[in-house]
Design a protein around this ligand. Structure first.
Ligand code: BGC
Ligand code: BGC
Length: 605
């Protein structure tokens, strides 16, 4: 019976999808036939908004295929409506080109639509890794896609499926954890949520799985560094997430800045073409990272040749016309290479076909402009609820001495302290409005942990906040929120992950007074906490939870039980890093998968 059912399902899916795929191929062929070489190269060119904003006519002149907003590119009005207007006005330019092929717009919506003010900022991937729950990850991705579509933007450079083996790396939080299984399971969930049941649905966006591959495996955790590993290790640790994402229908992948045994991934024909497009039958397109091909050689012409012949289909160009390796330079260089037959017409047609296929599958030719009706949902209570749920599920309880948690809602006095307690920006971390993120009120909406505690306790409870916990007496309960200040790629690598001196002093001082210290750690990775762990009664790893701080209070006060499990082995000291599950010698402070719990108040009733 089961077999019969499977056969039936197969028959029907084949009978639907094959003609559809054929249809798309036909459309692609028809377009290709009408396109000049210049127009084809235009499709292969992506330009950073920052580079082209003062020459928007160039989008028409060069028939540019794609625009991105990089972490540092800024628009004037960052409200959802402002973004939608900016999007629409740029997309309009595509109608002035000969072929009228719509442009595809990419952005780093890596934890919600995080460049847009008023959106829900979700926990970063490391926190989602702690949930181990594909269902919540899929929901988060769905909401992200909806909020993106309200602004018109249909392509996110996400999910990052980095398997992170060294927490010194400043992008540790962008990956789901140290274990390939987490990246497989949650990367796939994310692709499904972003792309929806059908890419052309009004709430679906195109995913871009990144960074292919070995980004989390570099020596010493150096950003954009060198990953030294044999092929079998690459296939075991880093490839599985891509295999699953491709099977889930991902139609774009971003190669990584890092090298593999000294060779830059952006120029690696074996991994890009032979493995992805050959062995894994990837039907989508490959987009370079920001200026990624420039790193291949000081000789730009050679860099272009190498990357395109290695299998890159779209190149992310970032500097204004006329400057170093700018988009016009890329365009003229690639044209030269084609005319000299160094890059074949077949390669160009393959690249353009892949890009057009994705555009057609997205329904971009039918729905070019933003759907303003979706704007009402951006940052809505229903969307925030999904964020709050994700936060609850991501908290990892590392210590709970004398069952201090859950706190009673009618505790007489709750002291709140620490630099992270009333700081949305610190809760959100990097890639939040600003490329590197920012402390303070970086984004509107949301709830800080201090506010969340006030929302949760009884009317009689006194809640006070101060940076240094002043006013706390022996026997009081203090929620101390400490950790890392926002950072992102290039600026987040650390030789030392020990808690800062002021964070340590805060816990030590309070504990010396006889206060029960509940530490909530905001961080993009495990930190060295041994200096304060003994002085704290409770220790919660809250990662970078985003705007919905209420989820933290939900767990501290027992409305929900903590269920998060460590997505990384937690080291005792820096000397232990790299430390990963499966190591021959393995003696972490807390092992991979660790996480305590207690029954929720409801469960106890
Ligand atoms: C990052 C990518 C990002 C791209 C576009 C690069 O520097 O490595 O993760 O998608 O910029 O902003
Ligand atoms: C980032 C871009 C950013 C740029 C600034 C890149 O690595 O990905 O998004 O605008 O650096 O230098």
């Amino acid at each position: 019976m089961k077999l019969l059912l499977t056969l039936l399902v197969c028959f029907f899916t084949l009978s639907i999808s094959q003609p559809m795929a054929k249809n798309i191929d036909k459309q692609v062929q028809a377009l290709l036939k009408k396109m000049t070489l210049d127009e084809k190269i235009g499709q292969m060119t992506q330009v950073d908004y920052e580079a082209v904003k003062n020459h928007a006519d160039d989008l028409i002149k060069y028939s540019i295929g794609s625009v991105l907003w990089g972490g540092s590119s800024e628009i004037v009005n960052i409200t959802p409506k402002g973004w939608a207007d900016c999007y629409d006005s740029l997309q309009q330019l595509s109608e002035k080109t000969h072929m009228k092929i719509p442009m595809i717009f990419g952005i780093d919506a890596v934890h919600g639509h995080n460049n847009v003010d008023g959106t829900v900022i979700f926990p970063h991937n490391i926190a989602l890794g702690a949930t181990r729950n594909p269902a919540i990850v899929e929901k988060v991705a769905m909401v992200t896609a909806q909020e993106m579509k309200a602004t018109g933007i249909q392509w996110t450079f996400a999910p990052c499926v980095a398997v992170v083996r060294n927490e010194r790396w400043g992008r540790t939080y962008e990956g789901f954890g140290e274990d390939p299984e987490l990246s497989r399971m949650l990367g796939t969930a994310s692709v499904k949520g972003l792309q929806g049941a059908n890419l052309s649905d009004k709430n679906s966006v195109l995913a871009c799985v990144k960074h292919y591959m070995g980004d989390g495996g570099t020596t010493n955790g150096v950003d954009q560094g060198n990953t030294v590993a044999d092929e079998a290790t690459m296939r075991k640790l880093f490839l599985p997430a891509y295999i699953d994402a491709i099977n889930a229908g991902a139609l774009s992948i971003m190669p990584s800045y890092n090298s593999w045994n000294g060779i830059k991934m952006h120029g690696n024909r074996y991994w890009l073409t032979d493995v992805l497009k050959g062995e894994l039958k990837f039907q989508g397109f490959l987009v370079s990272d920001w200026n990624g091909i420039d790193q291949l050689s000081p000789n730009y012409k050679y860099a272009v040749e190498q990357s395109i012949n290695a299998g890159l289909d779209m190149v992310m160009t970032t500097t204004p016309r006329g400057s170093f390796n700018s988009y016009d330079k890329f365009i003229s260089t690639l044209k030269e290479l084609v005319n000299e037959k160094v890059v074949s017409m077949k390669r160009i047609d393959d690249a353009v076909s892949r890009i057009l296929k994705a555009k057609i599958a997205l329904g971009l030719f039918e729905q070019k402009y933003s759907d303003k009706a979706l704007l009402a949902e951006v940052g809505s209570p229903a969307h925030r609820e999904v964020g709050r749920e994700a936060v609850r599920q991501s908290l990892v309880l590392l210590k709970n001495e004398k069952d201090l948690l859950p706190l009673s809602k009618s505790t007489k006095k709750v002291i709140v302290a620490g630099k992270g307690a009333d700081d949305i920006g610190m809760q959100c971390g990097g890639w939040t409005i600003a490329w590197q993120g920012k402390s303070g009120k970086v984004v509107s909406g949301g709830t800080t942990i201090f506010e969340a505690i006030k929302n949760t306790v009884s009317k009689e409870t006194k809640v006070s906040y101060s940076l240094d916990g002043s006013g706390a007496d022996s026997g009081d309960v203090a929620v101390v929120v400490i950790g890392e200040l926002p950072y992102a790629e290039m600026f987040g690598d650390r030789e030392d992950l020990t808690l800062s001196a002021d964070d340590q002093a805060l816990v030590q001082n309070l504990s010396a007074k006889g206060v029960h210290v509940i530490v909530v750690l905001l961080s993009g990775r495990p930190m060295i906490i041994t200096p304060v762990l003994e002085k704290s009664s409770v220790f919660v790893a809250a990662w970078l939870p985003g705007t919905e701080g209420q989820g933290v209070a939900d767990v501290l006060f027992g409305d929900y039980a903590p269920t998060g499990k460590l997505p990384h082995s937690w080291p005792k000291n820096m000397k232990q890093i790299p430390i990963n599950i499966g190591d021959k010698e393995y003696d972490p402070l807390f092992p991979f998968g660790f996480g305590l719990t207690y029954p929720s108040a409801r469960a106890m009733k």
